[in-house]
Design a protein around this ligand. Structure first.
Ligand code: NAD
Length: 474
């Protein structure tokens, strides 16, 4: 299957423009030419969103859900073509890309149904008075999605906005544009009013600086790095726009002395390898209690050494290349620094080949707290194991960073579970498994990891505003 021709989608119309090449991270070959939106394209997208948004808002919620479910079904039907394009542009193995498409379809289905339940309230009042709280669509959304999940990350934003009755202009990643293009095509084919969803690419800073201040835009949603998130939040704040910020993480995993260290290590190696660790909830800092530390580290290292990396289109490959050279350079820098400070390499540690972005699952033990990797989000296939004396120390170290997105723990003790639930500073805590969120649960961070939620009824609430209507009837 060929990589699709890349285009912008403005008001339901596909447009070609000059831009820049999109590369395959496996071997740096050119996959296609990405169009950059002009200021006129952006102005057209705003105009189209106002007209398309009005039509969508006036569509009955049950009918909106029908269109969304149809889009989800189309994604499932097209999963093979979409997954192949995602593997080519982003690197993850094809089977993993298929799971991402499936997950995107599940998110759309769930949001579609939940959008029908944007219930308001009637507040008891004195005789003759009615206080009614309405939940209304917030209005036009500007959505900015990253390159690590080319389909499911844009889906979070598009499905949330549309389910609440809002139009959205999506700026997807310039490095992995095809996933978002397939998503938009599925919605158009499903019968979404033209303009309710537009897709643009370009120089990210130019697009955000154009769209965010515009009065038509009522909400900004961004997934990406903490520095960019802070910049966009400041811009949105200057124009009094609410934001949903899903930023980085540096997920701690607390392995208590009563856990099964081999089972925890095998599960951790598998989940760490997903998307080559380029996941904001990827398990990264492993705080392992002394009693089980050596068995945990040995099993983790063994599982990592057995993992096959290479071309994600090959069915036997478990981990593809990193998505871009910036990540390879970051891995090299972080590993060199940790080793210089005394860390031991149990698996991986060096890039493979001199073309493309292959870097193996790398496991470091005895990583000192002052290693750069323990503070800076690696966003790559790096697992950092260190020994702890017990749960108190582990929680303190887990909470020591400004991040607070996902956190994990392994324990068989109910008192430990209570303590972790109360004391770990994060938005999503998973115990005895490593799944941070599903479509029906709220996902998001605390501290520098951001605010607002995606998923769950809390996620949809971010796309609505409440209006109180008081009516004297007598
Ligand atoms: P980066 O900070 O340059 O960019 C991060 C994302 O923001 C990219 O998708 C980029 O296109 C977008 N972006 C950058 N400047 C922008 C602007 N002014 N307006 C709008 N969008 C803008 O970093 P990068 O090298 O692309 O990614 C590496 C870091 O980003 C990682 O270390 C990780 O912390 C973070 N990241 C997080 C997630 C996540 O899921 N939270 C996803 C991708 C990247």
């Amino acid at each position: 299957m060929p990589y699709p021709q890349l285009q912008l989608c403005i008001g339901g119309e596909w447009r070609s423009r000059p831009g820049r090449p999109v590369l395959n991270p496996l071997d740096d070959s050119v996959l296609g030419e990405l169009p950059h939106a002009t200021p006129d394209d952006l102005a057209d997208a705003l105009d189209a969103a106002i007209a398309g948004g009005r039509a969508w808002r006036r569509t009955a919620p049950a009918r909106r859900a029908e269109v969304m479910r149809r889009a989800a079904a189309l994604l499932r039907e097209r999963a093979d073509a979409i997954a192949e394009a995602v593997t080519l542009e982003q690197g993850k193995p094809r089977a993993e890309a298929r799971v991402e498409v499936q997950r995107a379809a599940d998110i759309i289905d769930w949001d579609a149904e939940e959008g029908r339940r944007a219930y308001g309230r009637v507040i008891p009042a004195e005789p003759g008075m009615r206080h009614i709280v309405l939940r209304e669509p917030i209005g036009l959304v500007a959505g900015f999605a990253p390159w690590n999940f080319p389909v499911s990350s844009p889906t979070r934003k598009v499905a949330g906005a549309l389910a609440a009755g809002c139009p959205i202009i999506l700026k997807a990643s310039e490095e992995t544009p095809a996933g978002a293009q397939f998503l938009v095509q599925a919605f158009l084919d499903a019968g979404l009013p033209a303009g309710a969803l537009s897709l643009v690419f370009g120089v990210p800073g130019e697009i955000s600086e154009y769209l965010i201040p515009r009065p038509e835009v009522r909400l900004v949603t961004f997934t990406g790095s903490v520095p960019v998130g802070k910049k966009l939040s400041a811009l949105a704040g200057a124009h009094m726009k609410p934001v949903i910020m899903e930023l980085g993480g540096h997920a701690p995993v607390i392995v208590c002395g009563d856990a099964d260290p081999e089972a925890a290590a095998a599960m951790s190696a598998l989940v760490k390898s997903r998307n080559a660790g380029q996941v904001c909830v990827s398990p990264t800092r492993f705080f392992v209690e002394d009693a089980v530390h050596d068995r945990f580290a040995a099993r983790f290292g063994e599982a990592a050494r057995q993992l096959r990396i290479g071309n994600g289109l090959h069915p036997a490959v478990a981990m593809g290349p990193l998505a871009n050279h910036r990540r390879v350079e970051a891995m090299e820098r972080l590993v060199a620094d940790a080793v210089a400070r005394g860390a031991r390499v149990l698996a991986g540690g060096e890039r493979q080949g001199n073309r493309g972005c292959l870097f193996p699952l790398t496991v470091l033990a005895d990583v000192p707290e002052d290693a750069l990797a323990m503070r800076e989000e690696p966003f790559g296939p790096l697992a950092l194991i260190s020994r702890t004396r017990g749960i108190e120390e582990a929680i303190a170290r887990a909470n020591a960073l400004p991040y607070g997105l996902a956190a994990y723990a392994f324990t068989q003790s109910a008192p430990n579970v209570d303590r972790l639930a109360e004391e770990v500073e994060c938005g999503n805590l998973s115990i005895n498994h490593l799944v941070a969120s599903v479509p029906e649960t709220p996902f998001g961070g605390v501290k520098d990891s951001g605010y607002g939620r995606e998923g769950g009824s809390e996620g949809l609430a971010c796309y609505t505003v409440t209006k109180n209507v008081s009516h004297r009837v007598a």
